[in-house]
Design a binder for this molecule. Structure first.
Ligand code: ADP
Ligand code: MG
Length: 380
C-alpha cells in the first residue's frame, strides 16, 4: 500500500477522500454529535498543506440519500472542518461550480447516482479536479465506489495517515500480535460478526463472548433464553462454532435480566444463564465481567467489538463498564472497533485510554475477517 511517504504533493492539487459520515442530531440546522471522524482526518489534511499542496479537494459521503435530499448535505461537516483546520472550507454544490479556494469540499458523493456503482465516468470527473489522489476514508474502504475505488486508478494514489494507521494496526493484530491475544465480541449484530469470531478462533488465545451475541450460543447448548434478543439465523452457526471452538471460546456464566428493554424495568441478577420466560438477558453478570476483566488485563493484545449488554440503560451498563475499565488498565495493545463500543468507552470517559479506536465499523470487521478491502487494494 502506497502512503503519503510515496507521493509528491508539492504544488499539486490533491483529491482527498475522507470519511465525514458523522452522526447528526434532529435540530435545524443539524448539529454534529460526534466529530471524531473529522478530527481523524486532520493529520493527513495538515500534512498535505504543510508539504505544499496547491489545493485540497475533498470528497465525502453522508448517510444514504436517495436523491439530492438537503438533510444529507455536507454543510455541517464543511463548517466543522473550517473551525478545526482554521481555514475556510468552501462547499461546492456540483462539478460545474467548484470554487478556486485553498480547501474545497464537494457535496455528498452519494448525491451522484454513479457513486455507489463505481461508475468510471463519474470517477473521471472526480479525477479531473486534481493531480493526485489520497484516500483517508477507512470507514468506506470496504466499498468499491467511484470515490474510493475507480478514481484511485486514474491518478497517482496513496493512503492517508488515518487509513494507513487503521490498516497497519488491524492487520498487525492478526499477523504478529503480542500474546496472549484476546478478542472480546459482543453487541447485537450477531450474524454480522460470525466471520470475525471465526477469524479470532483461529488466531486468538481467548475469545470472550458477551452482549446479545451469547444467546444463539446458549440456545444451541439447550439453555432457555426467555425473551432475550436471540437471532434465529445465528443458532446453527453458533452450534458449529461451539463444536470447533475448543476451550478458547468463553461464554458468560451469569447474566443480568430485565422484564423489558428500559431503564426503569424490574431487574434480576441470574446465577446461571437460563433466562426465565418473561425476562430478557440484558447484561453479563458480575462473575462473568470479573472473569473477563482479568483475562483482558493480562492480555498482550486485545481487540474489542460490541458492548457486553444494553449499556445505554444504566441498570445494564456494568458489564460493559467493567470490560472498558479492564481495557484501560491493560498494558498490552488495546484496539476497539465498532460505533457503539466506541460510544460506550467515550461515555465512561475512557476513550483516550486505549491504543486505537477504529473509525470504521464495517471496514474493520471485514479486514479482520481477511476480506480484501477494495479501497485499500486500489492503493497498491
Ligand atoms: P458495535 O456498534 O460496537 O459494533 P453493535 O451495533 O453490534 O455494536 O451492538 C450494540 C447494541 O447492542 C447496543 O445498542 C446494545 O444496547 C445492544 N445490546 C448489547 N447487548 C444486548 C442484549 N443482551 N440484549 C439486547 N441488546 C443488546
Ligand atoms: Mg453499532
Amino acid at each position: 500500500m502506497r502512503t503519503l511517504d510515496d507521493l509528491d504533493v508539492e504544488g499539486k492539487r490533491v483529491l482527498v477522500r475522507v470519511d465525514f459520515n458523522v452522526p447528526l442530531d434532529q435540530s435545524r440546522p443539524p448539529r454534529i454529535t460526534d466529530d471524531s471522524r473529522i478530527r481523524g482526518a486532520l493529520p493527513t489534511l495538515k500534512e498535505l498543506r504543510e508539504k505544499g499542496a496547491a489545493r485540497l479537494v475533498l470528497l465525502a459521503h453522508l448517510g444514504r440519500p436517495k436523491d439530492r435530499e438537503p438533510e444529507f448535505s455536507l454543510k455541517p461537516a464543511a463548517e466543522r472542518l473550517s473551525e478545526l483546520l482554521g481555514v475556510e472550507v468552501a462547499l461546492a454544490a456540483n462539478f460545474d461550480d467548484v470554487p478556486e479556494s485553498e480547501v474545497v469540499m464537494l457535496e455528498n458523493v452519494r448525491y451522484e447516482p454513479g457513486e455507489t456503482k463505481n461508475d468510471p465516468e463519474l470517477a473521471k470527473r472526480y479525477a479531473a479536479l486534481a493531480d493526485v489522489y489520497v484516500n483517508d476514508a477507512f470507514g468506506a474502504a470496504h466499498r468499491a465506489h467511484a470515490s474510493t475505488e475507480a478514481v484511485a486508478h486514474l491518478l497517482p494514489a496513496a493512503a492517508g495517515r488515518l487509513l494507513e494507521r487503521e490498516v497497519k494496526t488491524l492487520t498487525g493484530i492478526l499477523e504478529d500480535p503480542k500474546r496472549p491475544l484476546v478478542a472480546v465480541v459482543g453487541g447485537a449484530k450477531v450474524t454480522d460478526k460470525l466471520g470475525v469470531l471465526d477469524a479470532f478462533l483461529e488466531r486468538a488465545d481467548s475469545v470472550l463472548i458477551g452482549g446479545a451475541m451469547c444467546f444463539p450460543f446458549f440456545s444451541a447448548q439447550g439453555h432457555d433464553v426467555g425473551d432475550s434478543l436471540c437471532e434465529a439465523e445465528g443458532v446453527d452457526p453458533a452450534r458449529h462454532t461451539l463444536e470447533g471452538g475448543g476451550d478458547k471460546l468463553r461464554l458468560p456464566e451469569d447474566l443480568v435480566a430485565g422484564r423489558e428493554f428500559s431503564e426503569d424495568t424490574e431487574v434480576r441478577e441470574l446465577d446461571g444463564v437460563d433466562v426465565p420466560d418473561g425476562w430478557m438477558g440484558l447484561d453479563i453478570g458480575r462473575g462473568s465481567s470479573e472473569a473477563y476483566a482479568s483475562v483482558i488485563t493480562e492480555a498482550g493484545t486485545v481487540f474489542w467489538n460490541g458492548p457486553m449488554g444494553a449499556f445505554e440503560l444504566e441498570p445494564f451498563a456494568a458489564g460493559t463498564r467493567r470490560v472498558a475499565e479492564a481495557m484501560a488498565e491493560c498494558e498490552g495493545t488495546t484496539v476497539v472497533g465498532g460505533g457503539d463500543s466506541a460510544a460506550a468507552l467515550a461515555e465512561f470517559g475512557l476513550a483516550d485510554r486505549v491504543d486505537h479506536l477504529s473509525t470504521g465499523g464495517g471496514a474493520s470487521l471485514e479486514l479482520i475477517e481477511g476480506k480484501p478491502l477494495p479501497g485499500v487494494e486500489a492503493l497498491s
